[in-house]
Unconditional design. Structure first.
Length: 331
């Protein structure tokens, strides 16, 4: 999961070659045709008033149905909270309709598990109280209550077609400060309310993966042990739904392979010169696999795994070795 995330169309055409890479699944991008006939990214429009229709998704539906997954059985479509330009107090009917329509993609292929719901605030200030259009009319507490309600509605929309869905989040409660007094001005000050809403509406068989992007640069067993403790012991204290958190939220880890690299600093021919060379990638991946409750995810910016762009074979070998040593199938 990174800048190289493929489209469903690309996966349909290349899945046999792609499954040579030592993963168990991937995150895919979906496109749709909007009411003006323009091709748009689903992930960038689902959380807005641009209508997403089943007919507009027709080609992506056909592509998704036709992907002959063999090895990859843990697959997700990507949704962002973008464009995020509708205030939490405004009419959410179109957004919820878009989410229901997007969630109908999951049953189209038996190897789909759910959605990767990217909570990152890229530019909208969606969880930042001072950035809300109606902040002058509503208190922070009122916004907290409203965002919780919207979180419930979003979860209900996702579950309508998929009661046993897996929702993969890149991070969770740890993104906001533990001191709630800081939330009214923090960039992610309303995130806890949104997550509480989702958690409260989750079914018993709903799985929420906390992908814990804070672990991107982790290198030692102690780093990952602290991450598990934070997700299992501290984050549970930050939700009003502690019993649901204990049974429906599962810790995972993100591993940033091309750590902090830019196009000018990443060295694909001599990977020993990279901040995270293959041996460190192998160790980090192994430590994560030993401690995850189900998933880890490999994040990249400069490397394209699917087209072997800027990818040295030593990184592929490192991932295979980490998988094998932790009881996962290798090929």
């Amino acid at each position: 999961m990174g800048w190289d995330s493929p489209t469903v169309s690309y996966v349909r055409q290349n899945i046999t070659r792609m499954e040579a890479m030592p993963f168990d699944g991937l995150v895919m991008k979906v496109h749709f045709i909007d009411s003006y006939g323009a091709t748009r990214k689903l992930s960038d429009h689902v959380f807005g008033n641009n209508p997403i229709t089943w007919e507009g998704l027709r080609q992506s539906i056909l592509d998704l149905r036709a992907i002959p997954f063999s090895r990859y059985k843990e697959n997700f479509i990507r949704l962002n909270l973008e464009p995020g330009n509708v205030d939490w107090f405004e009419n959410y009917a179109q957004i919820l309709s878009n989410i229901r329509t997007a969630s109908k993609l999951i049953p189209q292929n038996p190897s789909m598990r759910g959605v990767f719901l990217d909570l990152e605030d890229y530019y909208s200030g969606i969880f930042h109280y001072p950035s809300q259009p109606a902040a002058a009319q509503h208190t922070f507490a009122a916004y907290q209550a409203q965002v919780l309600r919207r979180g419930q509605e979003v979860m209900e929309a996702l579950l309508e077609q998929n009661p046993g869905i897996t929702i993969f989040l890149p991070f969770g409660y740890e993104k906001a400060p533990t001191d709630e007094a800081l939330h009214s001005t923090h960039k992610y000050g309303l995130l806890w309310s949104f997550l509480d809403g989702m958690l409260g509406a989750a079914h018993d068989n709903t799985r929420i993966i906390s992908g814990y992007a804070n672990s991107f640069a982790y290198d030692t067993p102690g780093d990952y042990d602290r991450g598990v403790r934070l997700m299992r012991e501290r984050s549970i204290l930050q939700t009003a739904y502690q019993s649901q958190y204990a049974t429906r939220v599962f810790p995972g880890f993100g591993v940033w392979m091309d750590l902090f690299a830019t196009s000018s600093t990443w060295n694909s021919s001599n990977p020993a010169l990279n901040i995270r060379p293959p041996d460190k990638f192998y160790k980090a991946t192994g430590f994560a696999l030993q401690r995850t409750y189900q998933y880890i995810w490999v994040y990249t910016q400069q490397v394209d795994w699917w087209n072997s762009i800027n990818l040295h074979s030593d990184y592929v070998t490192a991932l295979r070795k980490a998988r094998q040593e932790n009881g996962l199938a290798v090929w």
